[in-house]
Design a protein. Structure first.
Length: 100
């Protein structure tokens, strides 16, 4: 990224981080869990409409950073490697696909 792009993304990062946290608060424990993607898409569409594709890039960067930190937390607390935690997540995805 160049300096201009860094500045542009940095200006929108606090607002998108705030919305990301609000999204996660709303999604955690949501029932039925199948509603999670729908609610996430609504937020993504709102960010796209307001901030354009740069906003979506910041949303993805924010979610990826937070997800990575939480995967590391789970690995440390469970005594497993990062790979083992990711393997468990991947297995859950494969099992969900097999049910469809």
């Amino acid at each position: 990224m160049d300096d201009e792009e860094d500045l542009r993304l940095a200006r929108m990062t606090p607002e998108i981080s705030r919305r990301t946290l609000a999204l996660l608060r709303g999604l955690t424990g949501l029932e039925p869990p199948e509603q999670v993607p729908e609610e996430a898409m609504i937020t993504a569409d709102e960010i796209l409409a307001e901030f354009g594709t740069d906003g979506l890039r910041v949303l993805v960067m924010t979610l990826a950073s937070w997800a990575t930190a939480q995967i590391e937390n789970v690995a440390e607390l469970s005594g497993r490697s990062h790979e083992a935690v990711l393997d468990t997540m991947e297995l859950a995805c494969l099992e969900a696909d097999a049910e469809d």
